[in-house]
Design a protein around this ligand. Structure first.
Ligand SMILES: [Fe+2]
Length: 374
C-alpha cells in the first residue's frame, strides 16, 4: 500500500492559489488544458510509501576525488568558467559558465576533489542539469558513491534514492522543530549511518522569492581554531550518532509519518580525516551526535555543548548560500556542516528541493589506530 502525499499537496496548493490569485510561485510556468497553471516539477513532489527497507550493508567506497589527484590539472573542469569566486576564504566557491550536465567522468572526478578542498561549490544557471530529470540525477550521483535511501523523508514516486525537502502554505515535510527559538540546526546529513554521505548534490525546484537560504560551515576550520592540546584530546574520542530522534519525529505523525528503515546508531571519531585531501575535520553535530563514548554524562554534555556553541557562533568560518533559480550546490558532507533557514513561512511560498546523496567511507579517525568499537 502506498499513500500519495503529492496528490493531496497539489490539491491543497491549487486551492490556495485559487483563493489568492495574485500569488505567483516559481516553477509554475505551464498551463494545462483548462488554462490553469500546473506545477512544472509535480512529478518530483514527495510521496511517503509504506515500503520497508532492510538495514544498510557495508560496502567499499572508492572516492572519485582520488582519481583526480594524478591529473596534470585537477581544476581543468573549470576551464570554461566565466566566473570563479571564492565565497569566503575558508569555505565555498561560486562558479558561472560551467554546465554540470556536460561533465564527463574525468570532470566529475575533478569536481569531487575540488568540492573536498573547498567544502562547498555553488554552480549557477544549471537548468540543463535540473531539467535532466530523476534518472539523470541517479546516474550523476552513482558516479560519486552508492546512493543513500533516506529512512523517513519523502521522495518522488519510484525514486526513493532522491531525498526531498518540501514546504508550502499548507504543509511541511521537513525535519523541523517548532519548539525552538531558532530554525538553525547545524548538522552533517545522516551522520548516524555507518558510512555517512560524502559528495552531496542539492538544488531547489521551487523557491520563495526571498528567504530559505542555507548556512554552511567548514569543520576543517572549526577544528583549526582550537588549541593543539585540545585537538590532541579530541582526537582520542569517539561519539554515538543516532537516527532515533529523527525516526521518532516521523512516528509522532509528522513529515509523512513513515519510517521505512529502523533507526540506527553508529560510533564515529570526533575528528575524522578526509581520505583524499588528508584534511582533519571536527565531526560532531547537534542534530545527531548524542554522547561521547567513555566520558561521564556531564563531561560529555559539557564538551559537546562547547563544540556545538563553537560551530554555532563562528560566523568567520561560515558561508550563506542565497539560492537563485537553477542553482546547484555541492558540498562534502565529511568536512562541512550546514543548516536550513526557515524564515519564509509567513510568505506561504513553496520551497521544494532535491538531494542526491552518495554514501562514502566509514569515517577515518584522525588518530591512527583509534578503535571505533564500544
Ligand atoms: Fe541537511
Amino acid at each position: 500500500m502506498s499513500t500519495s502525499i503529492a496528490t493531496e499537496t497539489q490539491q491543497q496548493q491549487q486551492k490556495q492559489q485559487d483563493s489568492n490569485p495574485t500569488l505567483k510561485l516559481r516553477g509554475h510556468d505551464n498551463l494545462n488544458a483548462q488554462g490553469q497553471e500546473e506545477y512544472r516539477y509535480s512529478h518530483l513532489l514527495p510521496v511517503f510509501t509504506a515500503d520497508t527497507y532492510p538495514p544498510l550493508t557495508p560496502f567499499e567506497h572508492v572516492d572519485p576525488g582520488a582519481r583526480a589527484l594524478s591529473h596534470s590539472d585537477p581544476r581543468a573542469f573549470l576551464g570554461n568558467a566565466t566566473s570563479v569566486v571564492e565565497i569566503t576564504p575558508n569555505l565555498g566557491t561560486e562558479v558561472r559558465g560551467v554546465n554540470l550536465r556536460d561533465l564527463d567522468s574525468e570532470g566529475r572526478d575533478q569536481l569531487a576533489l575540488e568540492v573536498a578542498r573547498r567544502g562547498l561549490m555553488v554552480f549557477r544557471d544549471q537548468q540543463d542539469f535540473i531539467d535532466a530529470g530523476p534518472d539523470f540525477y541517479l546516474q550523476w550521483g552513482r558516479h560519486f558513491g552508492r546512493l543513500h535511501i533516506h529512512p523517513t523523508s519523502g521522495h518522488p514516486q519510484n525514486y526513493p534514492e532522491l531525498h526531498l525537502v518540501y514546504r508550502d502554505a499548507n504543509s511541511t515535510f521537513n525535519f523541523e522543530r517548532s519548539d525552538s527559538i531558532t530554525s538553525t540546526s547545524w548538522h552533517s546529513d545522516v551522520s548516524y549511518e555507518r558510512q555517512p554521505p560524502g559528495l552531496t548534490t542539492f538544488f531547489l525546484l521551487s523557491s520563495p522569492s526571498t528567504g530559505g537560504d542555507t548556512l554552511f560551515t567548514s569543520q576543517v576550520s572549526t577544528l583549526k581554531k582550537l588549541s593543539p592540546q585540545f585537538i590532541a584530546f579530541l582526537k582520542t574520542l569517539k561519539a554515538v550518532h543516532s537516527g532515533v530522534e529523527q525516526a521518532d519525529f516521523s512516528r509522532s505523525g509528522r513529515r509523512g509519518a513513515t519510517v521505512r528503515r529502523e533507526p540506527v546508531e553508529h560510533i564515529h571519531p570526533l575528528v575524522r580525516k578526509h581520505p583524499v585531501t588528508g584534511e582533519e575535520a571536527l565531526y560532531v553535530n547537534r542534530q545527531f551526535t548524542k554522547r561521547i563514548v567513555g566520558l561521564k554524562r556531564e563531561e560529555s554534555n559539557t564538551l559537546l555543548n562547547f563544540l556545538y556553541d563553537h560551530i554555532d557562533k563562528s560566523g568567520d568560518l561560515q558561508a550563506r548560500l542565497k539560492w537563485a533559480p537553477y542553482t546547484v550546490a555541492l558540498w562534502d558532507n565529511r568536512v562541512t556542516a550546514h543548516s536550513a533557514i526557515v524564515d519564509y513561512g509567513e510568505s506561504k511560498e513553496r520551497r521544494h528541493g532535491a538531494r542526491i546523496t552518495p554514501q562514502a567511507e566509514r569515517p577515518v579517525p584522525a588518530l591512527d589506530g583509534l578503535s571505533l568499537d564500544d
